[in-house]
Design a protein. Structure first.
Length: 381
């Protein structure tokens, strides 16, 4: 069965989220909603069965948005290449009114690519508008998830930083994010620069799985720390952030903003994000400490004191609790020039207790030797 994870901005007036709710309520009062001139603002995607009589066929992709005028476009083609789905549209009609019009499209990129099924995973879906000179203008971007929700890759709360990667653009020097997740609620603060001056954007969304679309707001005109109240801040619309968490401490992101002018085009900036440890003098030092091992639905947990660190080479490290004969061995991958644990195994002597393929700074998730879910959770100092 295929399903898609849709993330929409939400405001929850609960006691835990009261500061967040107040900020977003102030934003809605202080800033009128702009005219719906951008297709990307209202873009929603979902996968549906292409035929009730043949559920094994590749699912259809339904695209819904608001078109800025009455002349709705038609689909030229849809293509599937790896994890990229591109949909090319062509404008239709010459006598158009400026009335915003709902648009609904239905395509099947997997079938057009000659595939018998759509793979499970996350896809980057891009909408393009064909221009008179034959070029294509990007007008929409979203992430689409096929299959069950990936909850093991949910992010750890903390500071995340932009790093380079061979596939993506170089890192944005000095730019990063503050991420907080509570349940399915995700809050993001983007720390960056505009014309060389520091600027921050804030947004929130629901994230049941591991992908989210977060519209960002720039708050201006607020109170200075040492000045009296001035009537409260106002909100200015900012870019949107599309997040795909690959693990508790690693994510890919796409920052999207409207291009200047009236061409309805978008600028799309790919980012590679890591939650990095403060301690970098010795690989593995950030994972020393006390941890709790939980296997399956066990009501009893085992506390491990992983204090002894061994770094035999630059590609691995191990942490041991000698009294119990336990060792956590981790393999390091280079992510943007930062040695990052990609896979860890917990062993008792020669016997493997669990393997962990979702590795964060404070949480490791994987499977025990008997196939049950296994977790290592750090105890606070």
């Amino acid at each position: 069965m295929h399903r898609t994870t849709k993330a929409k901005a939400s405001i929850r007036r609960t006691s835990l989220w009261l500061p967040l709710a107040l900020i977003l309520v102030v934003a809605s009062w202080c800033s009128p909603s702009p005219a719906r001139e951008r297709v990307d603002e209202d873009l929603e995607l979902r996968l549906v069965s292409s035929s009730p009589a043949a559920p094994q066929w590749p699912p259809d992709l339904v695209v819904e948005t608001v078109w800025p005028d009455s002349c709705l476009p038609e689909v030229v083609r849809s293509t599937l290449d790896g994890t990229n789905i591109d949909i090319l549209l062509r404008a239709s009609g010459r006598q158009c009114t400026d009335a915003a019009t709902p648009l609904r499209l239905r395509v099947n990129p997997a079938r057009e690519a000659g595939l018998r099924q759509l793979a499970l995973g996350t896809f980057q879906v891009r909408l393009f508008l064909l221009q008179s000179d034959g070029s294509s203008l990007p007008i929409g971007f979203r992430l689409l998830h096929s299959g069950w929700d990936d909850t093991l890759s949910r992010p750890e709360s903390g500071f995340w930083w932009s790093v380079s990667s061979p596939e993506l653009e170089p890192s944005l020097a000095g730019s990063g994010l503050s991420i907080e997740q509570q349940g399915e609620n995700l809050a993001v603060t983007l720390l960056s620069y505009e014309a060389g001056a520091p600027v921050w954007y804030f947004g929130s969304a629901r994230m049941p799985g591991n992908i989210a679309h977060v519209p960002l707001l720039r708050m201006v005109g607020g109170d200075e720390p040492f000045a009296g109240p001035n009537g409260g801040p106002r909100a200015e619309p900012g870019p949107s952030l599309n997040l795909q968490f690959l693990g508790p401490a690693h994510a890919q992101a796409w920052l999207v903003r409207p291009r200047p002018g009236a061409d309805r085009g978008l600028d799309i900036q790919a980012l590679n994000l890591l939650r990095l440890p403060f301690e970098t003098e010795r690989n593995g030092a950030a994972w020393q400490g006390q941890w709790v091992l939980v296997i399956g639905e066990a009501r009893q947990a085992r506390i491990l004191d992983l204090a002894d660190l061994v770094t035999a080479d630059a590609e691995s490290f191990s942490l041991s609790e000698r009294a119990a004969g336990l060792t956590l061995q981790c393999r390091l991958d280079d992510v943007g020039g930062h040695p990052t644990p990609a896979f860890c195994s917990l062993a008792e002597g020669a016997r493997i207790l669990a393997d962990f393929d979702h590795v964060g700074l404070d949480r490791l998730s994987g499977l025990a030797a008997d196939g049950k879910p296994a977790r290592l959770v750090r105890l606070p100092d």
